[in-house]
Design a binder for this molecule. Structure first.
Ligand SMILES: *Cc1c(COP(=O)(O)O)cnc(C)c1O
Length: 395
């Protein structure tokens, strides 16, 4: 039968091709051949959620009251846990009824925020490289993307002075994310002050993704947009429990900040979903209340992996600075190789999977992202395979 009449909406056609598709195909083929893949491609933490969180979830499952539809806007008690956590971490006061909204993972909220706020043709400022939902959400909504190309010589920070005045005048939303996936860059507090001033001057909504709020190392504490005077007047900030608490499959995140911006997202979501399973909201509260000793343990785990991999890559010619946060290394391709070629070459010769930087936008070309989602034994195996295959960095 001819299926030409089954045509998806134009909003899907607007999406750029999925760079992971070819990589996935090669991964599947390598697996069929019995190759032992070391997958450092995804941002998917290895291991289980903390034991107290699992126990809280089990106990909550035994309560029949948790089995019905949860309240649209999340349980009052999870929203209070969110604002209490904000107060403890950032010394920021938020109203749990109007300034905090639980999400089915932050990806859901980031994309739906785009649908709630972007009209076809609206101009949206998005860094390149960036986490794909930051540009894919606006594209689905029909927005026009203005890419802010990030550069190593500017420490991967957005150069606000490079944005033409007429572009800033037209722009409706600016997405940003520090500590950054994929570049691992962090932004000083002054940068946050500048971006708030910029947003106020041009009446632009700021969407900050702070999903690596707690995966920060060596004493570094990431900045919240909401600690900056005026930040809450112009923006919202997204968080997730996926990374710090190994809860990626649980689908729990939240957004905090400007009550009017949050209200639009809440209205849209009321028409789409019923929010997070109440038992999981109870467990998520437990996660946010864990003592800092839990955090230290997680941070030490990533520090060990980071240092181990930097050392191993160092023996192969790479000089990679120690990232102050996130769960990645951002690794330059050998000169002359594109990020797709380099990632495919590594996969074919060694069975190690890394993500080509261009999956995060054109600004990621020339780099690959390596996730610290395996223990040092496996990372050591990855390094020795690279050595054997003669993969090196020569400048
Ligand atoms: C991993 C990640 C998220 C988390 O998404 P969830 O949907 O909450 O699992 C959000 N933003 C960035 C930049 C990420 O790297």
């Amino acid at each position: 039968m001819n299926l030409d009449w089954i045509t998806p909406a134009q909003r899907l056609a607007a999406l750029p091709p999925y760079v992971f598709a070819r990589l996935d195909e090669l991964k599947a083929r390598a697996r069929e051949q019995g190759l032992d893949l070391i997958d450092l491609g995804m941002g998917n933490p290895d291991g289980a959620a903390p034991q107290p969180v699992i126990e809280a979830a089990i106990a909550a499952l035994h309560n029949p009251a948790n089995h019905g539809y949860p309240p649209f806007e999340g349980t009052a008690s999870f929203r209070r846990a969110i604002t209490t956590w904000y107060r403890r971490r950032y010394d920021v006061d938020l109203n749990p009824d109007s300034e905090a909204l639980p999400l089915l993972g932050s990806k859901e909220g980031l994309t739906h925020l785009a649908l709630a706020y972007i009209n076809p043709g609206d101009l949206i400022l998005v860094p390149s490289p960036s986490y794909p939902p930051h540009f894919r959400g606006p594209l689905i909504a029909g927005g026009e993307i203005y890419s802010l190309i990030l550069k190593p010589e500017n420490d991967w920070l957005i150069d606000l002075t490079a944005i033409p005045d007429e572009v800033a005048q037209r722009a409706k939303i600016l997405y940003f994310n520090y500590p950054s996936n994929p570049t691992t860059a962090t932004a000083p507090r002054e940068f946050f002050e500048e971006i708030v001033a910029f947003a106020r001057r041009y009446s632009i909504l700021l969407v900050h993704d702070l999903c690596y709020a707690e995966l920060a190392f060596d004493g570094y504490q990431p900045t919240s947009l909401l600690e900056i005077p005026g930040g809450k007047e112009v923006g919202v900030e997204f968080h997730t429990l996926s990374k710090t608490y190994n809860m990626a499959g649980w689908r729990v995140g939240f957004v905090v900040g400007n009550r009017h911006i949050i209200q639009g997202l809440r209205t849209l979501k009321t028409n789409l979903d019923y929010g997070i399973f109440a038992a999981l909201q109870t467990a998520a509260e437990t996660a946010l209340q864990l003592p800092d000793s839990h955090l230290n343990e997680v941070q030490q785990r990533y520090i060990r992996r980071r240092d181990f991999l930097i050392q191993g890559l160092g023996e192969l010619g790479w000089e990679i600075p120690k990232s102050k946060a996130t769960m990645y290394l951002w690794v330059p391709c050998p000169p002359g190789e594109t990020s797709t070629d380099f990632a495919l070459n590594i996969l074919q010769k060694t069975g190690v999977v890394v993500t080509p930087g261009n999956a995060f936008g054109i600004g990621g070309e020339g780099y690959v992202r390596v996730s610290l989602i395996a223990d040092c034994d496996r990372l050591g195996e990855a390094i020795s395979r690279l050595k054997q295959a003669g993969i090196r960095y020569q400048s």
